[in-house]
Structures are given as C-alpha cells and as structure tokens.
Design a protein around this ligand. Structure first.
Ligand code: SF4
Length: 83
C-alpha cells in the first residue's frame, strides 16, 4: 500500500474533522443571514427570530455553507467546533 493513501484527504482548512455547530441566542440579532446561507443547518425561532441550530453536527457537504453563515453573521453568534 502506498504510504500516502493512508493519510486523510485534505483540500482545505478543517477537512477531515467532524463539524459541530453552536449558536448563542443571547447575542443573536435575528438578522437571518445564517438561514439564508445554510438553510439545512439553521432556522429562526417563530417567537423572536433568533437562531435555531437544526443540525448541530452537519455533514461535510454543508461545510462551505456553514462557513458562509459564520462569515455573514453580524454578531458572531455562530461557532464552529471541529473534533
Ligand atoms: S446570522 Fe447571526 S445574528 Fe443573524 S440570525 Fe443567524 S446567528 Fe442570529
């Protein structure tokens, strides 16, 4: 077996690590940018419009959308944790 084939495939920061998402409703401004960027991961509360994380451990296919949501959030209410 080729030595390189046993190494994890990486094409960018964080690739190969499990993605976990947290949001702080205390600082959320209910702007809805996260929902626009990653609708499979974020929603808004019908009560006050604050963020609701509907997928705390989204699949790798959602990574770029989650990163986009983080960059769009005006209050830095979203946090990514990588195991
Ligand atoms: S983008 Fe940020 S401030 Fe806006 S709803 Fe999402 S978490 Fe809240």
């Amino acid at each position: 077996m080729c030595w390189f084939s046993a190494r994890p495939f990486r094409t960018g920061p964080g690739r190969g690590k499990a993605l976990k998402v947290e949001a702080n409703g205390e600082v959320c401004a209910a702007a809805g940018q996260c929902l626009l960027a990653a609708p499979n991961v974020f929603d808004q509360s019908v009560k006050d419009g604050t963020v609701v994380v509907i997928s705390t451990d989204p699949p790798e296919s959602e990574r770029s959308a989650v990163l986009d949501a983080v960059s769009r959030c005006p209050t830095s209410a979203i946090r990514i944790i990588e195991d």
